[in-house]
Design a protein around this ligand. Sequence first.
Ligand code: BGC
Length: 259
Amino acid sequence: MSGVCRSQLGIDVGGTSIKGAVVDLSTGEPVGGIYSELTPAAATPDDVAAAISRIASAARWSSRVGVALPGVIDGPSLRHAPNLSAEWATENALEGLSVLAGTETVFINDADAAGLAELTYGDTGIDSNGLTIVLTFGTGIGSALLHNGELIANSELGGLIGSEGRFEEIASGRNISVEKLTPNDWARRAQPFFDEIEAILNPSRWVVGGGLSEDFDRFASQLKLSNPISVAHLGIHAGIVGAAVAARERHLTALESVS
Ligand code: BGC
C-alpha cells in the first residue's frame, strides 16, 4: 500500500475567511492554489458545509477532507466556538456537518492544526524533550501544546482571564486590526498573558502563528520572555496544512486498525 495519500485537501475555518488547499503531504506545501471565501457573519454549520463543498469542488477533490475549526472538538460535538453561530452548540453538530458536506470529514481544532503542521514540517527546532506552546493570533487566540514531540489537543489558553478580561478578547489579531494597536499597545496587553502561561506551564519555547505571523518581528520583539519565540514555519497556511495532516493521520490509524 505504498503511495497512499500523497496529497490531501485541508480546510481552515476562521472567523474571517474559510480557506482550503490540496497539500502535498511529502513537503507540507499547498499545491494548486489556495481557495478562499469570506466567513459569513455567525457562520452556521450549513454555511460551513456549503463552503467545504464549494472548495472541494473547486479543487476537484472528492474524498476525505480535513477541516480545522475554531472550537473544542469533543467527539461529534464542537464546544466553545465564540466566533461561530450558536447552532454549533447542538449535540453531534460535527456528525451533521460531515453529512451536509457530503464527504468523509476529519475535524481538528484550528490551533492544534497549526501545531500539528509545525510538528510535521516546521524547522523551528521544536524541543522534543520539552513543551512548545504554539499560539495563533487571529479572530481569537488559539493554542496548541506540543509535548515531547506529541500534540496535546484542545487546550484553550486564549480563554485565560487577566485584569482587563479574557486575553483573546483584548490581545487577538482582531484587536490589533480593529483597534489599530501598535506593537507597544499590543505587548502591554499580551505580556501578562505570556507571563501567566510561563508561570503555570513553563514552556521551553514559543511559536506564534495566525495573522500575527505576518508581522511577527515588530510585535514579538516587544515581549519579554524567558525562552525563545519564533514564527510558525508555515505562517498563515499552517491551519490548512495541519487539517490535511490530521486527515492523513486518521487514515493511517484506520488502516492500522483493520490490519
Ligand atoms: C476558540 C479556540 C480557537 C481560537 C482561534 C477561540 O475563540 O475557542 O478553539 O482555537 O479561537 O481560532
